[in-house]
Design a protein around this ligand. Structure first.
Ligand code: NAD
Length: 488
């Protein structure tokens, strides 16, 4: 039995592909035209518990945690090779399931899936360790795996973010239960199937499908057999996840929402700055946690910059994400489109001016999808709700400023602290601002560049903890101090 057979998507528990214990299903549909892509097992809490039991058994009795890191690396590389070999298929599935453009799926996200696996496989196999010889004492640190990891992921970059969790969890010797978002269940199931074929032992990766805390996700956060919870999603859900995990003192890594600022100074090279600022807010259909959704422009160049920014935004092709030249596809679902449009209406009522966009697209070819255009709002300040709350759509709120101090104070006046994008040619200013920016990541004259050795996470309501490189090791292992007295 396979994961995706005649559009039936099942859970993977141990080595078995199974229906939901309740027999219930839900549908996954293409946000471009509403076509049915999958009928998916709607997991119950019993299904979540069964998956945890399978992961627990694989951890307590199976070979995976006992393998040498280099053996795990070999298998993770084989899984990455399988991802590469199925890149076209996985990319098209991702694009159809979530509306991400095919260019992004094919050239950024699915390659990053393979990179996540290779990077963490290599990292664990080659990691340096500390040892402190001190007279007749020899002390060193061991990094045994934590145990069973629950990985809960969102819909906006489904397999890329799922493997950002799964790859380090498995590389460090843990076993895992993955719950993808219900809007985008397909690639996780296919990935798990490829991983088993590539040699991942049974029970090491389990995948359950379905919804939040009252259903399959409940035990993933609250069951005492779970040793770590790694969660990516909204700040509101992250709060619930942390509260549930607190009952067992289970450590949680939470990568949450954002309301990041792009700051453009009058010394910026506009040929560089305009495309970066555009990509920062409109790529990924605006459904990117790191998006620069507050555009702070120094008043001296505000008009000139906005003119170019708006002109370029008008040129972005919004349409079928399967076409190679499309820049923005549809939003994920009707409810989300309503939320995004609701914020634009709110901006109007708060006195904002909608410079471009602001209405759902319903031209021929787009009417059956959840299409929303690049939308630029001026005339509001940083206290407006569109500037404070995460909209998670292609909506930019433009705010002027005069001085560096003013820019920094507006930027940092936010409950979020995920990322920042700085466009300037002044080196001193760049490093001064990076040092004081309330953000887990600051990009200077670039956007979305990721070195997987660096910490990734957010401040404030944007998250708790960091993952990446040795930060992932700290989270996915239980560091142990060993001291031995040597006999002379
Ligand atoms: P969401 O919080 O609604 O759902 C995320 C996941 O949590 C889904 O799998 C969902 O089914 C599950 N879930 C829902 N309720 C739960 C509960 N009570 N217990 C356990 N799991 C539960 O988020 P979303 O709409 O899927 O994703 C968009 C959000 O994710 C945005 O806020 C975005 O900023 C954020 N995000 C953050 C990052 C980051 O790295 N910081 C990356 C991508 C997305």
């Amino acid at each position: 039995m396979t994961a995706v057979e005649a559009q039936q998507v099942r859970h993977l528990i141990g080595k078995d592909w199974v229906e939901a214990s309740s027999g219930q299903t839900f549908e996954s549909r293409d946000p471009h035209d509403g076509s049915l892509l999958g009928t998916v097992a709607r997991g119950t809490s019993a299904d979540g518990e069964a998956a945890i039991a399978a992961a627990r058994q694989a951890f307590d009795e199976g070979p995976w945690p006992r393998m040498a890191p280099k053996e795990r690396r070999t298998i993770l590389h084989a899984v990455a090779d399988a991802v590469d070999a199925h890149r076209d298929e996985l990319a098209m599935t991702e694009t159809r399931d979530g509306g991400k453009t095919i260019t992004q799926s094919l050239h950024a996200e699915i390659p990053r899936v393979a990179l996540n696996l290779r990077f963490f496989g290599d990292y664990v196999a080659m990691a340096a360790n500390e040892a402190y010889p001190d007279g007749d004492l020899l002390s060193y640190t061991l990094y045994p795996p934590a145990g069973v990891v629950s990985a809960i992921s969102p819909w906006n970059a489904p397999l890329m973010l799922a493997t950002w969790k799964i790859a380090p969890a498995l590389a460090f010797g843990n076993t895992a239960v993955l719950k993808p978002a219900p809007q985008t269940p397909l690639t996780a199931a296919r990935f798990a199937e490829l991983a088993l074929e590539a040699g991942l032992p049974e029970g090491v990766l389990n995948v359950v499908q379905g919804f939040g805390g009252d259903e399959v996700a409940g035990p993933l956060t609250a069951d005492p057999r779970v040793d770590r919870v790694t969660f990516t999603g909204s700040s509101a859900t992250g709060t619930k996840v942390m509260a549930a995990a607190a009952a067992n003192l289970t450590p949680v890594s939470a990568e949450l929402g954002g309301k990041s600022a792009t700051i453009v100074f009058d010394d910026a090279d506009l040929d560089v700055a305009v495309p970066i600022a555009l990509r920062a807010v409109f790529a990924g259909n605006g459904q990117v946690c790191l998006a620069g959704t507050r555009l702070l422009v120094q008043n001296g160049i505000r008009e000139a910059f906005l003119e170019r920014f708006t002109a370029e935004a008008r040129k972005l092709k919004v349409g079928d994400p399967k076409e190679a030249d499309t820049f923005m596809g549809p939003l994920i679902e009707q409810q989300h489109l309503d939320k995004v449009h609701g914020y634009v209406d709110l901006a109007r009522s708060e006195g904002g001016e909608i410079v471009i966009g602001g209405e759902r697209l319903s031209s021929p070819g787009l009417a059956d999808g959840f299409y929303y255009p690049p939308t630029i709002i001026t005339g509001l300040n940083n206290q407006a709700r569109t500037a404070r709350e995460e909209i998670f759509g292609p909506v930019e709120t433009v705010i002027g400023f005069d001085t560096e101090d003013e820019a920094l104070s507006i930027t940092n006046d936010s409950p979020y602290g995920l990322a920042g994008i700085l466009l300037t040619q002044n080196l001193d200013r760049a490093h001064r601002l990076a040092a004081h920016w309330k953000a887990g990541t600051v990009w200077i004259n670039c956007f979305f560049e990721r070195d997987l050795r660096l910490p990734f996470g957010g401040e404030g309501v944007s998250g708790v903890g960091r993952e990446g490189g040795h930060y992932s090791r700290d989270f996915f292992t239980e560091p142990r101090a060993v001291t031995m007295r040597l006999r002379g």
